[in-house]
Design a protein around this ligand. Sequence first.
Ligand SMILES: *Cc1c(COP(=O)(O)O)cnc(C)c1O
Length: 416
Amino acid sequence: MIKVNEDYLKLPGSYLFSTIARKVAAFADANPDKKIIRLGIGDVTQPLCPTVIKALHSAVDEMASADTFKGYAPDLGYEFLRKTIVEKAFAPLGAEVYADEVFVSDGAKSDSGNIQEIFARDVKIAVCDPVYPVYVDTNVMAGRTGSYDAATGLWSDVCYMPCTAENGYAPEIPGEDGVLCASGEKVVPDVIYLCFPNNPTGATITKPELQKWVDYANKVNAVIIYDAAYEAYISEADVPHSIYECEGARTCAIEIRSFSKNAGFTGTRLGYTIIPKDIKDAEGNTLHSLWARRHGTKFNGAPYIIQKAGEAVFSEEGQRETNEQIAYYMKNAKYILEGLKAAGYTVSGGVNAPYIWLKTPDNMTSWEFFDFLLEKANVVGTPGSGFGPSGEGHFRLTAFGSYENTVEAIDRIKKL
Ligand SMILES: *Cc1c(COP(=O)(O)O)cnc(C)c1O
């Protein structure tokens, strides 16, 4: 007898981006003469840089010789990449991270979705609202989130931390009695998801602010899952690149990183998660050993060829070339930010992140503005409400398009 996992059935509707794709396809069919510009989905458009392509070719050639052929990769990642990550991404920040605490994977989406497996079923999770949908949906699949209220878009057992214009789109540290869950109960969270620079809002927090989160997590014995997928876009000096720049993070923080947004690996697939050995439960069990067991059982290692390409990102030329790509996207971000401001929009983000977060004009809902922009300017963005109820009345544009298309899209919006 087929019996499905009923927790999966609780997930409402379709994934946000499938809904957008369907609406855009319908518009394109009805208006074949219109040039649609897509500034919606967070995917890069620049090709892989020459240094990465060279590393890929050379690793492919190694596979052709019996002397250098590679079979299964070590589940946790090749030593050459784990060491390079520590030396190039963490040591320069003064962050204490060891090579055997780096778990190489096929990307940050799977890591941020799978990491909840190592926690008890009854842990309480806290998320920002709006939020990258993967964090909540994977906890729904794990049966951890209680019941869904279609009217509010909230799960009863999830603690939502509103990120609004009033708090600069950064969540407030919970008080003594915890965070308000959708059930109305105040709960001290066990697992706190943070993502800075943020997707979708593009917001960041300063190092002293992040330190307060680390202190709070240590005080209440919670774990912070810190998604740093956009770390490479940070341009301001007081914004931390890693949570391990904060004192005490080794006993409470897991950090997830990706090669997708900084080096264009969205189709190539490579990421990693840091779990310090110092994070333990009351019985002394380490999260590190549980994740190692999980990884070893369910994952057979990222491909050698791709890990060599990842290593090349950290070379001097790799850094120069990928930084040029980031600068290209950030030039788009600046054009969007300034153009929309000039047109009278209230905008934020776009300084340390490739996302611009705007308030919809004339009290339009996020989806009303989506339709308006698609029909009147033929520009596709992402409705803020798709990321959570506090995203209602907001809209996300990405800087990942070509410069020419970005300029054309913003100039069209200015004329509306
Ligand atoms: C894009 C993105 C990821 C996914 O990265 P992959 O490594 O491509 O899976 C993770 N987290 C956030 C917040 C993202 O925006």
